[in-house]
Design a protein around this ligand. Structure first.
Ligand code: AMP
Length: 406
């Protein structure tokens, strides 16, 4: 008779890979307890020297060495697992989960990767030219190096796939929009879904009964309106440029600004792309894109930094009001991601003056960084306000396990 207990068995784990144009971010996750067993990052792929960081057993290993391409990057990562651990062959890896940015109108959930899925991801590249080709490279390289494990693609757009047509449609010539697939796809969906599910579990209330607004405020930033667990609005559009003010991205602006700058400043499409994606947002207004640096400047009396923060908070408040109307009332507003989890000034500033809508923050509860789900609204607040740390890797790992049925 076997004397083994479940705790003797290696827990199933998932290797989560987020492949960017010059980087590979990875995490080995055990989905049932949500632990990141190991994690790391390969950067500066294709440059003369690459940087590799591997974190396992509480120890960080750093290497500087040439990483000519993604295949070599992943080979180095697998080598580090072998050399430093944990031993992947003993880790019971049941799937490799890949983050894919754009799933277009095709993908409304995670899928096991096959040749058709690869073709579809490739075919969606015009809608996400910086991301999908890099995601696909990561998938192909990982499949070649880990051929015996199923690979799963988890799409950043999937949670917003079923946005109502009224929310997903841009009011432009319908034939042009259809031909070129111009519509709102959203982004950060894995995070919005994870956080809105988690809110219901933490509050012990049925997800189906909750009207939620989720504010994912990181270097990129997006808001969503979620009714009964289903996304009905989101601030990112055809690309992650629309919506809130971000670290380096403008968010919403009058599209005619582009015609004006093209005609009068002679700016090309590439220059406009660079302006709005990399030289705008908090950085464009203040010179810095990290909120810690922004607050330091504000405290020193820097007028540009003050304006940047005011514009950022104004935009956020506007979206909260709009989504309150879209939902016809809100039960929970939740902050997440780097700024949302850490920055109490932003949280308080975004929701100040909304007491008439039943939104009242408790400043003591709000104070400081939150690494656990926390209610920060006052006892009498009609709307519950929370901070819930996001965990996109865990969400990808859990969705991957569901797809492969492990
Ligand atoms: P993310 O994209 O979610 O990793 O968020 C990254 C951003 O979070 C950074 O660019 C900072 O602006 C912000 N951030 C990180 N830590 C803090 C902190 N302690 N206080 C304020 N903002 C922070």
């Amino acid at each position: 008779m076997s004397t083994s207990t479940p705790s003797d068995q290696p827990r199933a784990s998932v290797l989560v890979i987020n492949s960017g144009s010059s980087s590979i971010k990875y995490q080995l996750v055990t989905p049932d307890d949500g632990r990141a067993v190991a994690s790391g990052l390969v950067e500066q792929i294709g440059e003369s020297t690459g940087a590799v960081k591997h974190v396992a057993h509480g120890v960080t290993t750093r290497r500087e060495l040439p990483v000519p391409d993604h295949a070599e990057g992943l080979r180095i990562v697998l080598g580090l697992f072998e050399e430093i651990g944990p031993d992947l062959s003993a880790a019971h890896v049941v799937a490799v989960g890949h983050r894919v940015v754009q799933g277009g109108a095709r993908f409304d959930g995670p899928v096991r990767v096959d040749a058709k899925v690869e073709r579809d991801i490739d075919e969606l590249s015009p809608l996400a030219p910086l991301h999908n080709p890099a995601n696909l490279t990561g998938i192909r390289v990982a499949q070649a190096l880990l051929p015996d494990v199923p690979h799963v693609a988890v799409f950043d757009t999937a949670f917003f796939h079923h946005l109502p047509a009224a929310a997903a449609t841009y009011a432009i010539d319908i034939e042009v929009a259809t031909k070129y697939r111009v519509r709102r796809y959203g982004a950060h969906g894995t995070s919005h879904q994870y956080v809105s599910d988690k809110v219901a579990r933490v509050l012990g209330r049925p997800l189906e009964e909750l009207n939620q607004i989720v504010l994912h405020l990181g270097n990129g930033a997006s808001a969503s309106a979620v009714r009964g667990g289903v996304a009905v609005e989101t601030s990112m559009g055809m690309t992650p440029l629309e919506g809130l003010v971000m670290g380096t991205r403008s968010g919403d602006l009058d599209p005619a600004v582009l015609f004006h700058l093209h005609r009068n400043a002679g700016m090309s499409v590439e220059e406009l792309d660079d302006l709005l994606n990399r030289r705008s947002g908090i950085k464009g207004l203040s010179g810095v894109n990290d909120f810690r640096a922004l607050h330091e400047l504000v405290e020193k009396g820097d007028a540009g930094a003050r304006l940047a923060l005011d514009v950022y908070l104004h935009r956020l408040r506007k979206y909260v009001g709009a989504y309150y109307a879209v939902l016809g009332g809100v039960d929970v507003i939740t902050f997440t991601a780097g700024v949302g989890e850490n920055d109490d000034v932003v949280r308080a500033g975004a929701l100040c003056g909304l007491e008439g809508m039943g939104i009242v923050i408790d400043h003591e509860r709000n104070a400081g960084r939150k690494s656990e789900p926390t209610v920060i609204s006052a006892d009498g607040s009609r709307v519950t306000v929370m901070v819930v740390p996001t965990n996109e890797e865990l969400a990808i790992a859990r969705q991957s396990v569901e797809v492969v049925g492990a």
